[in-house]
Write a protein that binds this ligand. Structure first.
Ligand SMILES: O=C(O)CCC(=O)C(=O)O
Ligand SMILES: [Fe+2]
Length: 369
C-alpha cells in the first residue's frame, strides 16, 4: 500500500503555472525499462530536474515512509529554543555542516547590524546531518539528543537514498557511453564525502524579491533528492527564463543534478538554477520545511571532465581555473568563499556588475546548497 504522506492534510497547491518536470518511475529504472531511461536522459540534459515516482518500488516506498518520519523529526528540531539550536550552529560546530539561519537585517544609525536574538525573526534556516557521521566514517559532530536517538532511521534513510543515487549513476554512466561503474566509483557510500541530509525551514513571510534573489543557486554536488510538502521551490526555466513553481507531488520527490555532473560531462548535463520563495496562497499561511539528501563526489575526487563515451565529443574549453577536489569545492562554495554561478559554460565567478543574475548568484553562494 502506498505510504501515507502529509500532503493531503495541508492546504492544496493552487493552479498556478508550474515547471514542466517529467516523472520517471523508480520501479521502471530498477527494471531497466528503455522508456524510463529515455525520460531520465532527456531530463538530465534538458531541465536538470525531474520527479522520481517512488510508488510501486519497494525501495522507493521505504524512502517515502522514512521521509515522513524524518519530517516529523525536523518539526521537533525546529521547535527547539533558538539558544539550543545555536549550540549546533556555525561557527561552533563546523563551517558547513551546522545549523544556519538568515535574519531580517535591522541596522542601527551607523549602519551596523543589530543583533537581537529575541527581536529579529529568523528567516530561512537549515540544519545538516553528515552521512559520514551517521555511518561512522568520521568522528561525529555534536548534535541534539533527538538526532542521536534517530540514528537507525537516519542511517537507513541515507543508505536508501544512496541506493537510488547508485541506480541513477549506473544508468547515466551507460547513457553517456562511459566505462561501466565510472560514476558509481566516484560516489561510493562507504568513502568519505560531503553527502548530507538537510532539514530546511522557512517561517511564514511575505514575498520579498531581495530575499528571493539571495537564495538563487545551483546545487554544487552531483545529485539531490528533495522532499517538500508545500510549494515554494521555483526553477528558472532554461527557455523562457521565467521563475516557476515546482508542484509538490505525494510519493514523487524531486531529483536535480548538481554542478559536479556538469563538470564531469563537460556541460552535457544540466544543473539548473533554483530558489525557495514563500508558498503560493493558500499554502502561504504555514511555515515550510523540506528534506534534502545531497550526494556529492568522494572528498578526494578531482573535479574535472571525465574521458570516454560522448563526453569526448564535447568541445574543450580553455580554463585557467585551478582544479579542485570535491571537498575543496563544497567547502568553498558552501561557505560563501567562491561566489558565482554554474552554467553550461562552467563556473562563472561573480566579479561584480554586468549580468543581471551575477549579483544574485554572489549572494546565492551564501545559500550554501
Ligand atoms: O526547499 C526546497 O524545496 C529546495 C531546497 C534547496 O534547493 C536546497 O536546499 O538546496
Ligand atoms: Fe538547491
Amino acid at each position: 500500500m502506498a505510504p501515507q504522506t502529509l500532503h493531503a492534510s495541508l492546504p492544496p497547491f493552487p493552479p498556478v503555472p508550474s515547471a514542466p518536470l517529467v516523472s520517471v518511475r523508480l520501479g521502471a529504472l530498477e527494471a531497466g525499462d528503455p522508456s524510463a531511461l529515455e525520460a531520465l536522459w532527456d531530463a538530465a540534459r534538458g531541465l536538470g530536474f525531474f520527479y522520481l515516482d517512488m510508488l510501486g518500488s519497494e525501495l522507493g516506498e521505504a524512502i517515502v515512509a522514512e521521509a515522513e518520519q524524518l519530517n516529523q523529526l525536523q518539526e521537533r528540531f525546529w521547535s527547539l529554543p533558538n539558544a539550543e539550536k545555536d549550540r549546533y550552529g556555525r561557527p561552533h560546530l563546523h563551517d558547513f555542516f551546522a545549523y544556519r539561519f538568515g535574519e531580517i537585517e535591522e541596522k542601527d544609525e551607523n549602519g551596523d547590524k543589530i543583533r537581537n536574538q529575541n527581536y529579529n525573526p529568523r528567516l530561512c534556516s537549515d540544519f545538516q546531518i553528515r552521512k559520514d557521521d551517521v555511518l561512522g566514517l568520521t568522528p561525529r559532530l555534536a548534535c541534539p539528543p533527538m538526532i542521536l536517538e534517530a540514528q537507525a532511521l537516519l542511517a537507513s534513510y541515507m543508505r536508501h537514498c544512496h541506493a537510488v543515487m547508485d541506480l541513477l549513476f549506473m544508468h547515466l554512466t551507460t547513457l553517456l557511453g562511459l566505462p561501466p561503474n565510472t560514476l558509481l566509483d566516484l560516489h561510493k557510500l562507504e568513502s568519505r564525502s560531503g553527502d548530507h541530509v538537510r532539514f530546511t525551514r522557512s517561517p511564514v513571510q511575505p514575498f520579498d524579491e531581495g530575499t528571493a534573489r539571495r537564495g538563487e543557486h545551483t546545487d554544487f554536488g552531483s545529485l539531490t533528492l528533495l522532499f517538500n510538502w508545500l510549494g515554494g521551490l521555483q526553477i528558472r526555466t532554461p527557455d523562457t527564463h521565467q521563475w516557476v513553481y515546482v508542484k509538490p507531488v505525494p510519493g514523487s520527490p524531486i531529483v536535480n543534478l548538481g554542478d559536479a555532473m556538469v563538470t564531469f560531462t563537460a556541460g552535457l548535463l544540466r544543473s539548473n538554477i533554483h530558489r525557495v520563495v514563500p508558498p503560493p496562497p493558500p499554502q502561504d499561511a504555514l511555515p515550510r520545511s523540506s528534506l534534502v539528501y545531497f550526494c556529492r563526489p568522494e572528498d578526494d575526487v578531482v573535479l574535472r571532465r571525465l574521458t570516454g563515451g560522448i563526453i569526448d565529443d564535447q568541445p574543450v574549453s580553455e580554463s585557467n581555473e585551478p582544479e579542485m577536489t570535491a571537498q575543496e569545492w563544497w567547502m568553498k562554495r558552501g561557505t560563501g568563499q567562491l561566489p558565482g554561478i554554474f552554467t553550461k559554460k562552467g563556473f562563472e565567478p561573480f566579479v561584480g556588475g554586468g549580468d543581471v543574475y551575477a549579483g544574485q548568484s554572489a549572494q546565492a553562494a551564501k545559500a550554501g546548497a
